[in-house]
Each structure stands twice: as C-alpha cells, then as structure tokens.
Write a protein that binds this ligand. Structure first.
Ligand SMILES: *Cc1c(COP(=O)(O)O)cnc(C)c1O
Length: 365
C-alpha cells in the first residue's frame, strides 16, 4: 500500500516540539495573532527573501488581501491562468475585478509569458502567475512585461514554499507573494492558514489593517476590513515546522529525482525543471487513458490524485466570464492528462519503486 499523502508520519517526527509550542499558546491564551504568529512572520519573511510577512487565515485571504491592498476592484482586470486551483480565481472575483485567462506553456505547465501582451487592455492592473505544483513560473519574462506596461505582479505561491528560480525564492519576485498553509501543503498548519510576503512597507501595512477589521488603531476603522487574522496555534505549529521545511523539501526532491529516473523510458511526461528548485508539492505525470490507469493504481493500493481535472474557465461557477472549451488548448490537454503520484517527505524508495511498477504495468496493458 502506498498512500497519496500521510500527515501522521510527519507529526510523529515533531510531536514533542509541536505539542509544547501549541500548549504554550493555550496557556498564554494568545489565540489570535500574538507572539508565536509574530515570530513566524519574521522567520517566514526572511525565508522568502522578503522584508515583511502578514499572517492570515488562508491562502485565499492572502490573494484577496493582496489585491485589495493594491486597490483592485470592479472595472479592473487581472491576467492569470485557468490551470490552477479555483481559489486563485475566487480571490480575484471577491474584489469585483475580472480574471482574464491566458494559456500555460507546454513544457513548464506555468503561465506562458509570450501570451501576456495580447491580453493586456487599458483595464489590466495585475498579472498573477501561479507556481503550479511547486515550480516557479518564468518570472524574468513575466516581470519584464509587467514593468514595460506599468502592471503589478502578485505571485500565487500557495504550492511553492521555498521553491527558487535563478537562485531567488518564490514570493520575492512580485510586489506580493501569497502562500497557503492548508494542512496538505508543503508547509501545512493544523487547520487553515496563509500569508502574504512583500518588501513594500506600505503594502504590508495595508494588508495588516485589512486583515484586522480595517483598524489602524483599536476602534478606528479606516477601511472596510475583514476577519482574516492567523490563529495563535497555527503560528506556533508553522514556526516549529518552518525549521524542518528544507529537510522535508530535500526529501521530496530526492523522491522526485527517483521517479524521474524510473520513469525515464516510459510514455508519460513530467515538467521541464531546468536548474530551478522545484519543491514538488505535487509530482504529476501526463497519461492518456487516465481513468483506466488511475483505477489500476487504486486497485493495487497506490494512491493518486488529479491537480486539476477541470480548468477554471470550464467550471460552471465562472461560466459568466464567457469562456468555452477550446479557448486554452494546453491547459485543457494537461487537465485531461495530469495524474499526481504519491509525494510526501516520508515516502520510502520502496514505495516509489512500487508506484512506478504498478504504473508501468498499467501503461503496458
Ligand atoms: C491551496 C491553494 C490556494 C488557496 O489556499 P487556501 O489556504 O486553501 O485558501 C490558492 N492557490 C493555489 C494554487 C493553491 O494550491
């Protein structure tokens, strides 16, 4: 049996450390924000090579607060991709702005920078690339177009904690980088959590005010704010876990290299990585006849998943945007072929081999 994800193995490793930190929060009754959250913010900003981190209650809130801090709202357009988790688009729409989709690149599976200029209109304000599966999008090219047209960049780095591109960390390229700490993410809380990192002190301050009911000081509400603060317990868990993240990421990367090696002669694609540090939130291959192959894996006790089977432009919830199947052929083909294999730090080499053996038999059937 190979589970798709096993969070219990990780807890066993850090149990004493994390239990003590959580109990400390309870004893101090610092249940919302507080010293643990502040400590985590300082550590995570440094980890992301940014000056500021604003801890929030989810990755979705991070994207939402980031857009609001830039005064994005009705009448504005945000260029993004359809090949992402639904939250990227939900956050844009919460502000009243309109998401404008472009296709992803065949090789990297992330935003195709060559398609950005054709999507720019006088209403465009922000470009929002997504570091899908833990691989940073082509940020040099994306930031160059943004600069040329006076646009802001917000990175959806919800799957890319610690990933690097040309030596720099995810979240440090755009004006704001947004992260999720949903339990299954590479850095996961014990509940919901998220953060926005930035090196712009004004944007950081605006997001701090927005997350706390728009208060600049107690009882003085200067803007329409939100309840989007991080819990003290999540701050404590994340502070402890951040200290282990690089070791866990190295383990993921070594499992990915093992998969790459064993899959090299098989007819299933994996993404172009180059010299970048892909952090493999997801290790996905591309397979035709996915339904049959996924069933064969399941029958053999090997977990798998799909990230994501339906591109956002084809979701009913966003039909009013007016897109149709056929609009983004690369995103649509990837969505029909993506198959995510078991990936977590504590996976064993035997489990990787077992997964590949079952996959090979299924592909040869
Ligand atoms: C997980 C995720 C989000 C949303 O984060 P939550 O913490 O679940 O709100 C946004 N974008 C992407 C790409 C994600 O994977």
């Amino acid at each position: 049996m190979v589970p798709f994800l096993d969070l219990k193995a990780q807890y066993a490793e850090i149990k004493d450390e994390v239990n003590a930190a959580v109990l400390n929060v309870i004893e101090n009754t610092q249940f919302v924000l507080g010293a643990e959250v502040k400590a985590f913010e300082d550590n995570f900003a440094a980890y992301c090579q940014a000056d500021h981190c604003v801890a929030l209650n989810s990755g979705t809130s991070a994207l939402h607060m980031a857009l609001l801090a830039m005064d994005i709202g009705p009448g504005d357009e945000v260029i993004t991709v359809s090949s992402t988790f639904i939250a990227t688009i939900a956050a844009i729409r919460y502000t009243g702005a309109t998401p404008v989709f472009i296709d992803v690149d065949e090789a990297s599976w992330t935003m195709n920078p060559e398609l950005i200029e054709a999507a720019i209109t006088p209403k465009t304000k922000v470009i929002m690339p997504v570091h899908l599966h833990g691989r940073v999008a082509d940020m040099d090219a994306i930031c160059a177009v943004a600069e040329k047209h006076g646009l802001q960049v917000i990175e959806d780095a919800a799957q890319a904690h610690g990933a690097t591109y040309k030596g720099r960390r995810a979240g440090s390229f755009g004006a704001i980088g947004c992260f999720s700490f949903y339990p299954g993410k590479n850095l996961g809380a014990y509940g919901e959590g998220g953060a926005a990192v930035t090196s712009d002190p004004d944007l950081a301050q605006k997001m701090r005010v927005l997350r706390d009911w728009g208060q600049e000081e107690k009882h003085y509400h200067v803007v329409q704010g939100y309840n989007a603060r991080m819990d003290g317990i999540q701050g404590a868990v994340l502070r402890v876990k951040l200290g282990h993240l690089d070791k866990w990421t190295d383990a993921r990367r070594s499992h990915a290299a093992h998969y790459d090696e064993l899959l090299a002669d098989m007819p299933c694609g994996s993404p172009l990585v180059g010299n970048d540090r892909h952090v493999y939130h997801v290790y996905s291959v591309l397979v035709e006849e996915r339904e049959r192959v996924q069933k064969a894996l399941g029958d053999a006790g090997v977990g798998s998943n799909i990230h994501y089977p339906i591109p956002v432009h084809m979701q009913k919830a966003h039909a009013d945007l007016g897109y149709d199947s056929g609009d983004f052929p690369v995103s649509e083909r990837l969505a029909t072929q993506f198959l995510s294999l078991p990936m977590f730090a504590e996976l064993t080499p035997e489990q990787v081999r077992e997964t590949v053996n079952v996959l090979r038999d299924a592909l040869n059937d």
